[in-house]
Ligand binder design. Sequence first.
Ligand code: UGA
Length: 434
Amino acid sequence: MKIAVFGTGYVGLVTAVGLAEFGHRVVGADKDTDKIRMISSGKAPIFEPGLEALLAKNLKSGRLEFSDDLGRAVRESDVIFVCVGTPPHDDGGADMSQIEEVSRLIAGSLNGYKVVVEKSTVPVKTSSWIKRTISLYRKSDTPFDVASNPEFLREGSAVGDFLNPDRIIIGVESERARDMLVRIYDNLKERILITNIDTAELIKHASNSFLALKISYINLIADLCEKTEADVELVARGMGLDPRIGGLFLRAGLGYGGSCFPKDVKALTRIGEDLGVDMRLLREGERINAERVRVFINKVKQSLWILKDKTIGILGLSFKPETDDIREAPSIKVISCLLAEGARLRLYDPQAMGHMKEMFPGDGERVAYCTSPVEAAQGANALLLVTEWDEFKEIDLKKIKQVMANPILIDGRNMFDPPAVRALGFEYSCLGRK
Ligand code: UGA
């Protein structure tokens, strides 16, 4: 079986590399010629642990190639995975124009039976639109099927998530398509759940929105802990011991960001409301998440009172550790708020500074980019932990304290151990625990 993967963003690139690693012949297709050239030379355009090594290995094996000849990719493949972006519109709905464009392109080059698989996160019912579009624009009656196989990989652990997933959801409406998709995941057969297409599409949106709600829920409990002697970390641990709840995604802090949760919660809310379902539960989760930065900035103000002309160091800019991605990162709102109050910022992140410079260019005056956590702390009136990179767990806090103007540490991810940090002489605050 020959597979084409359309789109070479996060999901597309990892899918192409992962399917080649499973032993399939794969062509990754994208209209961005520069990107194709870069990836073909073995360089990944994103930072993702393990991806470049696996890309190089599979390019070398000859099973994997990349091309900007989209028509050829369609003609030479039996299965086409659609992994193009579905960014949000201003009203929260997903912009499906790239999916439509690829559907028309597939229609124009359809030269035999193929299965067109949605892998991008799409609203329920998208498959009917893809089907209609291909039927409208194909030149003959060549048969095809549409299927849904949502991707659940997380940035930062994308390669491992793809190669060793918890579940593989396959939404189909024909046996022929089902058999072809099951063959692709032959090595993971026991993890496959076959459903109809609407169900598969909804499983993806429902999963992401549920996880986002779980985070908002623990952040609500963190606010409650603030007003009592309870400790949110221990509340979460105690809750998580119940297997019906589970301990994951109960880390309180600055809330969720990234290219998925914020967008998917909005999109599912929109889909539900369009279909006449009351989606206020999701709206409330979103509101709680949006409040997190304000709660955090209040902590900063409680420590520094006036922020104008104060020097503030920030550790961590990416929306989560192990990625250079800053899309919807809480750090962006934190930086904007602090700059609006007139603070001077010293920023450090192990991977994400390049992207952040595009949004907030360093002028050495109001915004300075630093080469280490110690440099970010230099002369600072307070140091803020915004993203919990492992690297920060190892930092030399004694040295940090020496270089700071005031030893004030405000932890937006509850990463540090309060007694240990206070024993070093820091004034320390965090979220939902003392
Ligand atoms: C998420 C899902 O976890 C993946 O399963 C899904 O495939 C992906 O979206 C997608 O739809 O493509 P991702 O956005 O990469 O993956 O990152 P997560 O690890 O889920 O974290 C999302 C956000 O939640 C981050 O900002 C993180 O800091 C925050 N978070 C996570 C918390 O605030 N608390 C937690 O306990 C866990």
